[in-house]
Design a protein. Structure first.
Length: 422
């Protein structure tokens, strides 16, 4: 199977693979005519809607948007794609029923866009988003025209009544979020991203604006317009028994959260790009501001300082390793010229461990002193345990950056008090 380097790779895999997902959709009542009630449509709209239905392998529905999901009202979000509105649905058969709310993402056909291109854009995102079902991922419910004669399509999703993480961080921009609050959101974010990766999907545009919140503080990942398939779950593993991982191409996302390898390499592991974004988001929650504007060496002063800090850390770690190695050689030389008893050997072992701890402490002190003098440590506001993990997430080398499977096993992460049920 060729590498699905774009969203269409997943679309083809989901709908035409050996183990396809079948998307059962809409009101499948029999209609009195073969056109599904669309005979009065403009021919271009007929072609467009037929292409969408064919791509999604669904029977055309005669149910209107208003009938299924209610009336679109206030705007709650804007983007390059269009707007997000709230749909209000009331059960008129029951006067005391509670009004249901849904988020509705509107898609408009661009002036220069072909029908084929528009259909591909509509169905690609929906095919990914509608197959994802996890607490920390937004539920995507439907894709249909706004009304009988409209070229505007609506993607219906669950509604989050707590706004988004960006606004929460903005409100705390001087102090950052409370530590327990930031940790709770971070744990939910990693759980959600881990689920996506387990499904063979990378988001590629993780940022606070795309992390929605419920009134009870449940974080949900949204907006899969840049998402991509990096692995097909039913494909045979490689010769080592590992899943085949397809690399991604192209620069996508928002600059403060884009991983450095996306600027430097033609192809990259999209899972590690997501992990980088998670690290940047965590620091934003803790500090109330961006770490840098763009992670490009020589183009962003803050990022350059961060790279200097990492070089400082690596240099001091190497110096500490060399000192310990030299000390071990000296001890071995002493052993050759003396009769060391078992008690003496145990004492030497304890001494070696003590020297290691002293060496690490000394390296930490040097790093702290030099980082403070140069203003290099952009993570200075973090406590040591969280800092150790975020340091791994923000490794500039994508190949060395850890994945969510490893993040979940880290002691600091595991000990974060969960404010939401998994």
């Amino acid at each position: 199977m060729p590498a699905p380097g774009r969203l269409t790779g997943l679309v083809d895999g989901l709908l035409h693979g050996e183990n396809p997902f079948r998307i059962h959709w809409g009101d499948k009542k029999q209609h009195s005519d073969d056109s599904g009630g669309q005979s009065c449509l403009d021919p271009a709209l007929q072609e467009e809607r037929a292409a969408v239905d064919a791509t999604l392998q669904r029977v055309p529905s005669n149910s209107s948007f208003a009938h299924k999901w209610g009336a679109c009202q206030e705007v709650i979000g804007r983007g390059a794609f269009g707007v997000v509105r709230v749909a209000h649905k009331k059960d008129t058969s029951s006067p005391n029923s509670k009004e249901q709310l849904f988020a509705v993402k509107e898609f408009r056909k661009r002036s220069s866009e072909s029908t084929k291109g528009y259909v591909k854009r509509l169905t690609s995102e929906f095919c990914i988003a509608s197959t994802l079902h996890q607490t920390n991922v937004i539920e995507t419910l439907d894709l249909l025209p706004l009304n009988d004669n409209s070229s505007l399509y609506c993607q219906v999703m669950g509604y989050c009544d707590g706004g988004d993480l960006f606004n929460l961080i903005y409100d705390c921009s001087y102090t950052g979020l409370e530590i327990a609050e930031a940790n709770c959101f971070f744990k939910q974010l990693i759980r959600g991203v881990h689920y996506l990766h387990s499904m063979g999907i990378a988001h590629r545009d993780l940022k606070p604006e795309n992390l929605l919140l419920t009134a009870t503080g449940c974080l949900k990942i949204s907006d899969f317009g840049s998402a991509e398939c990096f692995s097909v779950v039913w494909e045979q593993p490689d010769s080592q028994g590992q899943p085949v991982i397809y690399k991604s191409h192209g620069l996508v996302g928002s600059e403060p959260y884009i991983a450095p390898e996306q600027f430097l390499q033609d192809e990259y592991d999209a899972r590690r790009v997501d992990v980088w974004s998670c690290g940047v988001i965590y620091v934003a929650m803790r500090t109330g501001s961006h770490l840098w504007h763009v992670a490009k060496q020589g183009e962003d002063e803050a990022y350059d300082r961060y790279l200097k800090f990492r070089r400082l850390v690596e240099d001091e770690r190497e110096n500490a390793r060399k000192e310990r190695s030299l000390r071990r050689q000296q001890l071995q030389q002493q052993k050759l010229h003396s009769d060391v008893s078992s008690e003496g050997a145990a004492s030497e072992s304890s001494l070696s461990q003590l020297e290691r701890e002293i060496s690490i402490l000394k390296a930490k002190q040097v790093i702290k002193k030099k980082a403070k003098e140069g203003g290099y440590d952009l993570l200075s506001d973090l406590d040591f345990e969280s800092k150790k993990l975020i340091y791994k997430l923000l490794d500039p080398s994508g190949d060395k950056r850890i994945l969510t499977t490893e993040i979940l096993t880290k002691e600091w992460f595991a000990n974060i008090k969960a404010c939401q049920v998994e």
